[in-house]
Design a protein around this ligand. Structure first.
Ligand code: SF4
Ligand code: SF4
Ligand code: FES
Length: 491
């Protein structure tokens, strides 16, 4: 794996474009140049994958025994005193990078207007960086697409190869014509997913990406392939053809799907969430995000609960003379936890706070999931709330009123939740009108965690900030911390 520079990386002096500069040592030239503000176009290089050096897009000149010579930046380590030339001082580097692009584009389809990657395609960006050039391909020759009869074939197992839409598996479709054979996807499956489901097959211009015969691409992280494919070859079926990327706005936030708190971008337009992608954080999820964490998009606008009567809820709390259990669910922020703690304090001894989920804690997968469904367990524990729901609700019989906040117990674990059926009155604060809300004496719609701003402490003890996405439902529903404040005023 490449060594990436950090704030504490030691510095060495090198000469770049005839100027002495200080760059981080122990890294490669792409990273070292980036640290001083010089972008090097690249395609196959990815900071969290082993270097394969196959695209040749990152050419620079470096001094050697025979003077300045072209070499690839991704595979050249920084060495004190070295001399490096980029296009700023070397027309040869500019020309060589352009020549590589010409080869990559010679049989590349003219698909940008219909390609999902357009707008965030590294090939497009590199072309723009290099400056436009006219095609030297004569119209009589024409392009040789992978979908053309010369390039598509039926293999010895009877499987069709090549073409515009290759169904690789349940979540990923491959457009073979757009593939530049960078092998990022193969390296991801081998070194990150640890399950070698993709391979480069055949030779030369006939090389193509494929699964093993009669096998499908199917892995809990396979949607990462659509992020790391530098072009529009591997497309995520859930996002394919749904929206042009330049029409999307991005919000940087944190996933409350799991206590690792993977850093994410949420892409939305006109109040609708279209996709969730990883936001690189070396200390948390690097560039990876599980399929499960992305699936939130599928349900965030479905079956929402948007109404509720806060004064009526306050009345119900006031008229309850017995004990009150308040259950804070898996996605509550530190601010929500604090607001309900304040409310419980005002209710007095009758109120008891619980936290967590009936869902089991699983093993961390070593990629981007801690396995703990209680995203903000650290904040619950910091507030002195027992986050082992199973253990704490053994005493369910003692309570007259149950208040659940983002804890859809009957939706996710109905069997375990049955123990709470005997509690006489239920107040449900939930984003969804699911089984839990349907059981409620009174229910109030609240914002989904994706629409909430606030704080969480992840399983590694890092404090992270959520930023709310302005969905159309967020404009109608309240944050549950504000509802707790309103109840505090009313009771
Ligand atoms: S992969 Fe990039 S260059 Fe190729 S068609 Fe798509 S957007 Fe255009
Ligand atoms: S499918 Fe994408 S990631 Fe895989 S080799 Fe082709 S261009 Fe690279
Ligand atoms: S990025 Fe260096 S060879 Fe591909």
């Amino acid at each position: 794996m490449p060594v990436l520079p950090t704030a504490s990386s030691p510095l060495v002096t090198i000469t770049v474009d005839n100027k002495e500069v200080q760059v981080p040592s122990d890294t490669n030239l792409i990273e070292a140049l980036k640290a001083i503000g010089i972008e090097t176009p690249h395609l196959c290089y990815h900071g969290y994958l082993p270097v394969s050096g196959n695209c040749r897009q990152c050419l620079v000149e470096v001094d050697g025994p025979r003077g300045m010579a072209l070499t690839i930046g991704c595979y050249t380590p920084v060495r004190a005193g070295m001399k490096v030339a980029t296009p700023a001082s070397s027309p040869r580097v500019a020309e060589a990078r352009k020549a590589v692009l010409e080869f990559l584009l010679v049989n590349h389809p003219l698909d940008c207007p219909i390609c999902d990657k357009a707008g965030e395609c590294m090939l497009q960006e590199n072309y723009v960086m290099a400056g436009a050039s006219n095609s030297r391909l004569s119209p009589e020759v024409g392009k040789l697409y992978h979908g053309n009869p010369e390039h598509s074939s039926t293999d010895s197992k009877g499987q069709h190869r090549g073409g515009k839409r290759v169904d690789l598996g349940p979540r990923i479709a491959l457009d073979e014509e757009r593939c530049i054979q960078c092998d990022r996807c193969v390296r991801f499956m081998r070194h990150v997913a640890g399950d070698e489901q993709l391979q480069l097959a055949s030779r030369g211009g006939h090389t193509y990406i494929t699964t093993f015969p009669n096998e499908k691409l199917n892995h809990p992280y396979d949607r990462c392939l659509s992020d790391i494919c530098p072009v529009g070859a591997l497309t995520d079926k859930a996002f394919r053809f749904r929206k042009r990327v330049w029409a999307l706005s991005k919000v940087p936030t944190v996933s409350m799907d799991d206590s690792l708190g993977a850093n994410i971008w949420v892409d939305y337009a006109d109040g609708v969430v279209y996709r969730i992608t990883p936001r690189c954080n070396a200390e948390v999820n690097r560039s990876w995000l599980s399929n499960a964490a992305r699936d939130v998009v599928q349900n965030v606008h479905e079956n929402r609960l948007l109404s509720g009567d806060i004064p009526k809820v306050a009345e119900l709390i006031k008229e309850t003379k017995g004990k009150i259990a308040i259950v804070l669910g898996t996605t509550c922020t530190a601010e929500e936890i604090a607001a309900f703690k304040k409310l419980a304090d005002k209710i007095g001894n009758r109120a008891q706070l619980f936290g967590g989920s009936f869902l089991p804690v699983q093993e961390a997968d070593g990629i981007a999931r801690s396995g703990d469904p209680v995203a903000n367990r650290a904040c619950l524990e910091k507030a002195g709330i027992n986050a082992n729901l199973k253990e704490s609700l053994q005493k369910a019989k003692e309570f007259e009123l149950l208040i659940t906040v983002s804890a859809d117990l009957w939706d996710y674990a109905p069997k375990e939740a049955a123990v709470l059926d005997n509690i006489e009155k239920h107040i449900v604060l939930s984003p969804f009108n699911g089984n839990t809300a349907k059981k409620a004496t009174l229910a109030i719609g609240i914002r989904h965690w994706i629409e909430n701003s606030g704080t969480m402490i992840n399983s590694k003890g890092l404090e992270q900030k959520l930023q709310g996405v302005p969905t159309k439902e967020a404009a109608m529903a309240e944050n549950s911390a504000n509802i707790a404040e309103a109840l505090w005023e009313l009771i």
